[in-house]
Ligand binder design. Structure first.
Ligand code: PGA
Length: 234
């Protein structure tokens, strides 16, 4: 069983989610399928597909105009929430400390946080990939959880770029993440790979050791692209 999570980013409408759900209802899979959609579509889940949000406030409630709390996301019917996505780190200034607070809010409200870590191109070129990944996990992941979390390794330079690291680079990153989680008492936590996953590379990526699934951006928007990824492994 693999975890196949889609991230719609700021795309789609309720109609396009309905169309996706119709397509997904027809497939047979043992994999866990999650779609992380904009806040306006959070009530769209069913037996086949669980719905997630893409971000959550680090605060419980109150005077935070424009923010959406974990309690509200759970109340709308979602089961998951992405925290620390590269775009939230880049455009909203999320740090590992903020990401951890958001993950704690998610957990406190019964949501499974999908916690993203990964290096920028500058960090990669400076030879800091492994250090950034390890500190990302140690600092962003709440250590006092019962492990109901998912980690996503997303090399930030590869997102939306049509580029992926080599299989051995992905293996090295995932092995480090698995070891770090185990050191933190969170062994067995699923670790997804994300960035430029498509139908033609998904099965190969998911055959790499310690890759428990994928987080898919652009190729999750249309069922013709997303379904082949879900059915590429069983
Ligand atoms: P991509 O996005 O699949 O379009 O590269 C991945 C993501 O941002 O989660």
């Amino acid at each position: 069983m693999k975890i196949i999570a889609g991230n719609w980013k700021m795309n789609g409408t309720r109609d396009s989610l309905d169309a996706m759900m119709c397509g997904l209802e027809k497939i047979e899979t043992n994999n866990r399928v999650i779609l992380c959609v904009p806040f306006t579509m959070l009530n769209g889940g069913n037996d086949v597909v669980a719905i997630g949000a893409q971000d959550v406030s680090a605060h419980t409630h109150g005077a935070f105009t424009g923010e959406v709390s974990a309690k509200m996301i759970a109340d709308a019917g979602a089961k998951y929430v992405i925290v620390g996505h590269s775009e939230c780190r880049q455009y909203h200034g999320d740090t590992n400390a903020t990401v951890r607070q958001k993950a704690e809010m998610a957990l406190a409200n019964g949501l499974v946080p999908i916690i993203c870590v990964g290096e920028t191109m500058d960090e990669k070129q400076a030879g800091k990939t492994m250090a950034v990944i390890e500190s990302g996990v140690r600092e962003s992941v709440p250590s006092d959880t019962d492990s109901n979390i998912i980690i996503a390794y997303e090399p930030r330079w590869a997102i939306g770029a049509g580029l992926t690291p080599t299989a051995s680079e992905i293996a090295e990153a995932h092995t480090l993440i698995a070891k770090t989680l185990s050191d933190m008492g969170l062994g067995g936590t699923p670790v997804l790979y994300g960035a430029s996953v498509k139908g033609n590379n998904a099965a190969d990526i998911m055959s790499i050791p310690n890759v428990d699934g994928v987080l898919v951006g652009g190729a999750s928007l249309k069922s013709d692209d997303f379904i082949p990824i879900i059915t590429s492994v069983n």
